[in-house]
Design a protein around this ligand. Structure first.
Ligand SMILES: N[C@H](CCC[C@H](N)C(=O)O)C(=O)O
Length: 278
């Protein structure tokens, strides 16, 4: 199986061009290729497929083989792949996902995509659609117990589920202990991606993320969008926020009049390869 390893702010996936390749058992393949010792090493697997509704389709799997409805860093890399590898010559493209069709603007320099702006759509705030149970119809700074501690969480879906927790210190957070408690908490029927956020000022936040199905990653695009929405809803920032992640910065804008969230960031190719055990 031919693949391309790509990363968006260090959130790295194995990408397969399924216009040419066939992946029979993607969930199992995701687990195998994601292993950072016995496999290629990645946060998961992303299939690039033809679509009848959009220019392409993105099918995304976490490192544990679970399906993600949407992936922000991943969709930027899909855009880079389809342009740089000659599947399209358009700099405005649409990509079908389980979280709906997304529209992307590609910034090209010297024939390569350098930056991608994604219309991530409207945030979903109704608890039952995230889904979150037992914390009210909308989850806005709601108290939740985890590990005998009380946290406050704001629930946002960007097609995939997110819980945003504001803290004074995220650098010293023991995320490998706390993250799984949220991921597997009874309030989240489909599990959840949890973002731990420290607000620096009204235009800047820093965050770490414990991703559903992949653990701590260096960046999470949908998570950064959920964070910006949660910051605005809690009155903590303006509608345009620089989100500082371990792997770098994303610019997020929530245009509340249109109710659209825009994410702008990079996408990089690491290497091309062949996986023998597909
Ligand atoms: N773990 C996420 C999918 C990947 C999201 C993240 N890598 C991004 O860039 O949005 C989920 O299960 O919903």
């Amino acid at each position: 199986m031919k693949f391309t390893k790509m990363q968006g702010l260090g959130n790295d996936y194995v990408y397969v061009n399924c216009l040419e390749e066939t992946v029979e058992h993607p969930a199992e393949t995701a687990v195998k290729v994601s292993d950072r010792h016995f496999g290629i090493g990645a946060d998961g697997l992303i299939l690039i497929k033809p679509s009848e509704k959009a220019d392409f389709e993105m099918e995304m799997y976490n490192a544990d083989g679970s399906r993600g409805e949407m992936c922000g860093n991943g969709i930027r890399c899909v855009a880079k792949y389809v342009y740089d590898y000659g599947l399209t010559d358009q700099t405005q493209i649409s990509i079908e996902t389980l979280g709906g069709i997304k529209y992307l603007d590609l910034t090209v320099e010297e024939g390569k995509v350098r930056q991608v702006k994604v219309d991530m759509g409207s945030p979903i705030l109704e608890a039952e659609k995230i889904p979150i149970i037992g914390l009210g119809d909308r989850v806005l700074d709601a108290p939740i117990q985890a590990d005998g501690m009380e946290y406050h969480i704001t629930g946002v879906s960007m097609g995939n589920p997110h819980g945003v927790v504001f803290l004074e210190d995220v650098k010293n957070l023991k995320i490998e202990q706390v993250g799984p408690l949220f991921e597997h908490h009874g309030c989240f029927p489909n599990r959840i991606n949890t973002e731990f956020v420290h607000v620096l000022d009204r235009q800047t936040v820093e965050m770490r993320v414990w991703e559903r199905g992949s653990g701590e990653t260096l960046a999470c695009g949908t998570g950064a969008c959920a964070v910006a929405v949660a910051c605005v809803l809690n009155g903590l920032t303006e509608e345009e926020v620089t989100v500082k992640l371990l792997g770098g910065d994303l610019l997020i804008q929530w245009d509340r009049r249109q109710d659209r969230v825009y994410m702008t960031g990079p996408a990089k190719v690491v290497f091309d390869g062949v996986w023998p055990d597909a």
